[in-house]
Design a protein around this ligand. Structure first.
Ligand code: MG
Length: 339
């Protein structure tokens, strides 16, 4: 087999000799022979395809460690790996796009001095349900901070409590800082509890803005102008399947793995953060899955729309338990009203 010098291989692959030396050092593309005397690298013509592959993957922005794996794969597996990588990029970009839009709104709102203060009426309720012996949910409402957490594992009750307590301790002054603090401190608080984790959905009200910090399958809903919106994204296996178009929403309710989480506090994933505008008349509901996987959405909307916070949380828990109360159930309701 005729080997190519690095210069010849560089010309044929349209890479520079410098890039080839770098790829060699990074283990992405090793020359088949290196002259022990002068250190000259020699490449086989069959390596051209791998070189092109490396170039394409670099252009896609794939991290080096991933490229190293992908170039070793059979074409079918490599195609699947590239597809999966690209889906992650698209999802990350969408999240960043939202953050950028939020930030623009936030800054614009501040510039035109839209900091009309809203008052909030709220209520919180947590209940073990009818089938579970302990309550691993934890919920809090007060001082412009609201949170629901659903713990799992050996120390699940400790985990959910630690996460929510970290939220309670955050100083609500600067909203962006407060959101960051909630995301960071709740993660730190839970990490110390072994073999356990928790979901967390937390809402911080500051002036005319709302900060939302979320991870897992607890949810936040917003009732505005009579319409109910789910404003958090479930970090569950089934939701990922729905996002990828591999499962329909109708199939989710009965899916055997519907409570399997892809993200929670305990893992390496940080919570997602969102900034939203707060309007007079808005009503928020935070719920653990023990509530929203049991009650249908119309019932939730009706109770949220028609009742004051305290009777509404009582009513929701009552309805869940009347339907069998299969899981711990928690809810926080907050009504934004004129001060
Ligand atoms: Mg639960």
């Amino acid at each position: 087999m005729e080997l190519l010098t690095i210069g010849e291989f560089a010309r044929a692959s349209r890479l520079t000799a410098k890039a080839l030396r770098l790829y060699d050092e990074l283990g992405l593309l090793r020359p088949v022979a290196v002259d022990p005397g002068n250190g000259y690298r020699r490449y086989a013509p069959a390596q051209l395809e791998r070189a092109r592959m490396v170039v394409w993957l670099r252009r896609l922005g794939m991290p080096l460690a991933d490229i190293r794996n992908v170039v070793e794969m059979a074409p079918g597996d490599a195609a699947a790996a590239v597809t999966a990588y690209w889906q992650r990029v698209v999802a990350d970009t969408a999240e960043k796009e939202q953050l950028a839009a939020d930030l623009v709104d936030y800054l614009s709102g501040r510039d035109i001095g839209m900091s009309t203060s809203l008052a909030v009426k709220y209520a919180v309720r947590t209940d073990p349900g009818l089938l579970r012996r302990s309550n691993q949910d934890y919920a809090y409402a007060g001082r412009g901070v609201f949170a629901v957490a659903d713990g799992f594992g050996e120390g699940g009750a400790m985990a959910s409590r630690a996460a929510v307590e970290a939220v309670q301790q955050v100083a609500v002054g600067d909203l962006l800082n407060a959101m960051d603090d909630v995301a960071k401190r709740s993660g730190e608080a839970v990490r110390e509890i072994t073999d356990s984790g928790t979901t967390l959905t937390a809402l911080i009200l500051q002036g005319s803005q709302i900060g939302l910090v979320h991870i897992g399958d607890s949810r936040a809903y917003l009732l505005r102008n009579g319409e109910l919106f789910q404003i958090t994204h479930d970090d569950t296996v089934v939701q990922s399947l729905v996002d990828e178009g591999r499962l329909t929403l109708d199939e989710v309710a009965t899916h055997p793995q519907r409570s399997l989480l892809v993200k929670a506090l305990a893992g390496e994933h940080p919570p997602a953060v969102q900034l939203r505008d707060a309007q007079e008349g808005d009503r928020y509901l935070l719920s653990s899955d023990g509530l929203h996987s049991v009650l249908d959405i119309d019932t939730v909307r009706e109770v949220l729309a028609s009742e004051e916070p305290q009777p509404a949380v009582d009513r929701l828990v009552e309805l869940v338990n009347r339907a069998g109360g299969p899981d711990n159930v928690s809810c926080v309701i907050a009504h934004l009203v004129a001060r």
